[in-house]
Structures are given as structure tokens and as C-alpha cells.
Design a protein around this ligand. Structure first.
Ligand code: ATP
Length: 508
């Protein structure tokens, strides 16, 4: 382990790629020039900690970077093969042009105009929407990194895009097992946050609280996959995003950036199509996968053909009434040569660090002097932004619900029951069945307003389609005393006593 930091001089349009193993932290410092981590500028002369991450420090014009403890890294190298970054910045420029067009104001209604057009029937005008971007591709092709790059470049220009992460396994906006949306601004993103599993700067004042829905599992494709729940939650998120955008011209023109999971076959492909429709996507970025690009291209061409055929047989009056089908632009993006495949162990470590960050915030290791920093010294001096509290509740004080999909057994229900039954049900765990198995589980705390609605209606969707108030981790179950110890990010009582259980667990 070297005590002295090493210095790397990067030529223009090159990147320093580093792989920091789990439980290791190194500090990187920009000594001269300019450089960015997934689009967010490195501050000059201020050490930025990198923990358990694989990142690239890219420079457009050249930079000198100092790295502490280089020997503790798995890999460090400089690459000049960065054509993919040029493709990403060009994509950003195209999205900017769409944002400018959207900000250009209201255009007269024209039923023949292209995608991304929203008709406002009240004043007979048509509003051009900002880019509604979807990133798709297989696992480890760089989707999340591109989402970070496009978001960082957009906020740097004072845009206010909404980032939506539908990847339940490694969600950038919340803990694993969730889907979420957050309005971004320049204060939300930094080089440091871009180098972690969660994009948001913890506790940054003006960052809007993300809207987070609890899917309850880190694996979309697991045997018990719950497609009704996932698609219903996507629809709900889309509805909330539209409601948010309808109130704010700047946000509407900035558009949305949607990250997805790497599941692109079978049901995974169906999910992609569902998202395109639900979120009215007008730009699809396919990353490094020719087959998926070709499949989507064929589908979109077919839809365009069908629409042209329908338009050809319409009278002029019918054409005026016709609402044009949204056919998104399809763009193929290269996979960056730096993208690394992460094994199961590394992915698990990332999920654990993302939950740790939820409870403890970011570490303040950057205050450690780089020249004296070692892994063990860092471990002893680590301080965190937040101090979570331990909350004791009795079994009878809380209602722990599990979401269960009844569609598998729907064929056994009488017809009337089938029609009236929500496919997702809440199964409440009785106190007598609470055991130590609950230890280490993450529980989503329902929002009090959702609970109020649920208590009046008794309808499960009032809880599972509402944004959650936050999360607690079960530290201890005392079956004898019928008490639970819950780790909570803040002091005081729980926002509500209705808790949703899934299969997400956390070993601190
Ligand atoms: N240019 C690069 N140099 C070094 N590492 C990179 C680079 N681009 C991305 N990575 C790293 O490669 C890994 C995979 O990238 P990313 O998470 O963006 O892929 P993904 O397609 O979103 O994966 P998944 O869908 O499986 O979550 C990440 O650890 C990311 O930080």
C-alpha cells in the first residue's frame, strides 16, 4: 500500500479508468486542467473519495489527476479509446435541440406533425414536448452511466430533467427493490455522487425528494416475478410524472431520462414496450445491442406503416380529428470500452452500500489528508453525514404487509371474484407469525396520506401504488417480548405504522 499519491497526466479526450474493490476507498484529486466523472465536473484541488466503484475520469482538454493508495485498486489505466463519449455528448446536443424547440413556445395545431407533440384541446394549440428518453440494453452495457452523463450535462445547462430509474436491482435514486423518479437540478449531482451507486447528493437542500414506489424485490426476473405489480407501478409513476410536468414549463421542456434494467428478452422486452407507451417515450437509446435495435426498429416501422395506411383512408375532416400515434426516434449508441461486467458479489456489495448510504449518508473521508490516508486509517476515522436512530416498537403497534400476486391462482377463483379482485393483494403478517426471519429485512414505511386512503377504501392499491415515506431496517426481533428494533434514518416515531415487506435484506 503506497502512502504517497501517484500522479497521472491525461491527454485530451482520454479517460482514467479505475476499479476500486469493495471496502476500499481511494481519494482522487484534480491537480490541473478539467475532468469529469460521468458528466459531473471534478472540483479542482479537492480530494474526492471513491469507494467500491468502477468509474472513468474523462477529460476533454487534458488533466492531471492525483490518486491516493493506488496499490489498493484492482485496476487503473488510461485509455484514449473514448469515441463512445463523443457519441454521448452528440446525443446530449440532440436532446438540447429538442429542449430548445419545446421552450420555443406553443405551435398551432397540426395533426400531421411528428413525435413528441401534445395536443392541448382547450386553446387549440399544440405543445412540443421536451425529450422523453429511454435507455435500453443488456446488463452492464453502460445504461446507468449514460443516464448519469446525460443528466449531468443537462443540469449543467440549468435544465431540470426528471430522472426515472426502473431498475429494481441497482436503483440510482433509492434503495434496491424500488422504482423511483426525481427532478434533478445542478445541486443534486456531483462528481462524488456520480461515483457512487446513488446519483443524488445526500441531503442536498434543493434536491426534490424522489418519488419512490416499493416493488419489494431486487430481481425482476425471479420466479415469483410480479408483472402486474411492476407494470401498475410504472403506470402510476408515469401519471405522477405527467402531473408534475404539467405544472412546470421548464421541467416539461427539459423532459425525462429513463433508465431500465438489463433484462431485454421475453418478459423483459415486453416491459420495454410497456414503458415506451406508459411514459410516452419519444427517444429510445439502444446501447450496444444490434438485435434489440433491430427488433425495436422493425416494430416502430410496422407501427408507422399501419398509421400511414390508416391516414390514407381518412377524409380530411377525420384527419383533423386524428391524434397522431407517437413513434419515437430510435438511436443506437456504442458501449463504452471502459464498461465493466460486475459479478454477483460486486453487485451485492453495491446494493449493500446503497442501503448504507440511505441510512448513514455519505462518508466524510474526504477530510482525511491524502498523503497519510491508508485503508485501515480511513476505516477508523470514517464519519458519516447522518446518525440513524434505533426505534423500538411492539408487534401490536405495526402492521407488516407482504405484497402477493394472486393472478397465478386466479383460475381457481369464482368468476365474480376474479372480476372484482385486484391482482395484487396485501397479506398482513399476524403477530404470532413474526419471527427472527424478519431480522435484516428492509421494510418500506407507507406514507400517512396513503394509509388514510387505504383505511377508508380497504383497497390494496392505495398502499402499493403510493410513494413510500421511507425505509427502516429490522435490526432485532425479540419474539419473547414481542418487540422489534428498527433502524430508522431519523429520530422520532414512524410516519405510519403500515410497513411493506419484500425480499430485500441488508447486512450492515
Ligand atoms: N467508461 C467507463 N470506464 C470505467 N468503468 C465504467 C465506464 N462506463 C461505465 N463503467 C462502469 O461499468 C459498470 C457497468 O455500467 P452501468 O452500471 O452503467 O451499466 P448498466 O447497463 O446500467 O448495467 P445494469 O443494467 O446491469 O445495471 C459500472 O460499474 C460503471 O460504473
Amino acid at each position: 500500500m503506497s502512502a504517497k499519491p501517484t500522479t497521472h497526466t491525461l491527454p485530451a479526450e482520454s479517460e482514467l479508468r479505475l476499479e476500486v474493490p469493495p471496502n476500499t476507498t481511494v481519494l482522487i484529486t484534480l491537480k490541473s486542467g478539467s475532468a469529469e466523472i460521468f458528466g459531473a465536473e471534478l472540483p479542482p484541488d479537492r480530494p474526492v473519495p471513491l469507494s467500491s466503484s468502477k468509474v472513468a475520469i474523462f477529460t476533454w482538454h487534458g488533466a492531471t489527476i492525483e490518486v491516493s493508495d493506488e496499490d489498493s485498486l484492482d485496476i487503473l489505466y488510461v485509455s484514449e479509446e473514448t469515441e463512445a463519449n463523443v457519441a454521448y455528448v452528440n446525443t446530449h446536443a440532440q436532446l438540447e435541440a429538442m429542449r430548445d424547440e419545446a421552450l420555443g413556445g406553443l405551435l398551432p395545431t397540426n395533426p400531421q406533425s411528428g413525435a413528441g407533440v401534445n395536443t392541448n384541446n382547450n386553446n387549440n394549440t399544440t405543445e412540443v414536448e421536451g425529450p422523453r428518453v429511454l435507455l435500453v440494453g443488456p446488463s452492464d452495457c453502460g445504461k446507468s452511466s449514460i443516464a448519469r452523463i446525460l443528466s449531468s450535462y443537462a443540469v449543467k445547462l440549468s435544465r431540470l430533467p426528471i430522472l426515472i430509474d426502473l431498475d429494481v436491482s441497482q436503483n440510482m435514486l433509492s434503495v434496491p427493490g424500488t422504482i423511483a423518479a426525481s427532478q434533478l437540478s445542478v445541486e443534486c449531482i456531483s462528481a462524488e455522487s456520480n461515483a457512487t451507486s446513488s446519483i443524488l447528493n445526500c441531503g442536498s437542500g434543493s434536491a426534490g425528494m424522489p418519488l419512490v414506489l416499493w416493488y419489494g424485490s431486487e430481481d425482476l426476473s425471479a420466479n415469483n416475478n410480479n408483472s402486474e405489480l411492476y407494470t401498475a407501478q410504472i403506470d402510476k409513476l408515469a401519471e405522477s410524472v405527467d402531473a408534475r410536468l404539467s405544472k412546470d414549463v421548464d421541467a416539461r421542456s427539459s423532459g425525462i431520462i429513463v433508465n431500465t434494467s438489463g433484462w431485454i428478452e421475453g418478459k423483459g422486452y415486453e416491459y420495454i414496450l410497456h414503458v415506451m407507451e406508459a411514459l410516452r417515450i419519444n427517444v429510445v437509446l439502444v446501447v450496444g445491442h444490434d438485435r434489440l435495435y433491430s427488433m425495436l426498429g422493425t416494430l416502430l416501422k410496422k407501427n408507422k406503416g399501419k398509421e400511414e395506411e390508416a391516414l390514407a383512408s381518412m377524409t380530411d375532416a377525420e384527419k383533423l380529428m386524428y391524434k397522431k400515434v407517437l413513434i419515437p426516434k430510435l438511436i443506437k449508441l456504442p458501449r463504452s470500452g471502459g464498461v465493466v461486467s460486475r459479478d454477483v458479489g460486486f453487485r451485492r456489495a453495491l446494493r449493500m452500500s446503497s442501503i448504507h448510504r440511505y441510512f448513514y449518508g455519505k462518508s466524510n473521508k474526504s477530510s482525511t489528508k491524502p498523503s497519510t490516508n491508508t485503508a485501515s486509517a480511513a476505516a477508523t476515522t470514517t464519519q458519516y453525514q447522518f446518525t440513524p436512530s434505533l426505534l423500538e416498537v411492539s408487534f401490536s403497534e405495526v402492521h407488516i404487509h407482504k405484497l402477493s400476486n394472486i393472478s397465478l391462482s386466479a383460475s381457481m377463483l369464482p368468476v365474480s371474484a376474479k372480476q372484482s379482485t385486484d391482482p395484487i393483494q396485501l397479506v398482513t403478517i399476524p403477530s404470532s407469525e413474526i419471527t427472527t426471519k424478519l431480522q435484516q429485512c428492509i421494510l418500506a414505511v407507507c406514507h400517512p396520506s396513503a394509509v388514510e386512503k387505504y383505511e377508508q377504501s380497504g383497497v390494496a392499491r392505495d398502499l402499493y401504488l403510493a410513494g413510500v415515506a421511507g425505509f427502516v431496517a429490522v435490526e432485532k426481533v425479540d419474539v419473547g417480548k414481542e418487540r422489534l428494533s428498527l433502524l430508522s434514518p431519523c429520530v422520532g416515531s414512524l410516519p405510519s405504522c403500515h410497513l411493506l415487506l419484500g425480499d430485500v435484506s441488508w447486512l450492515e
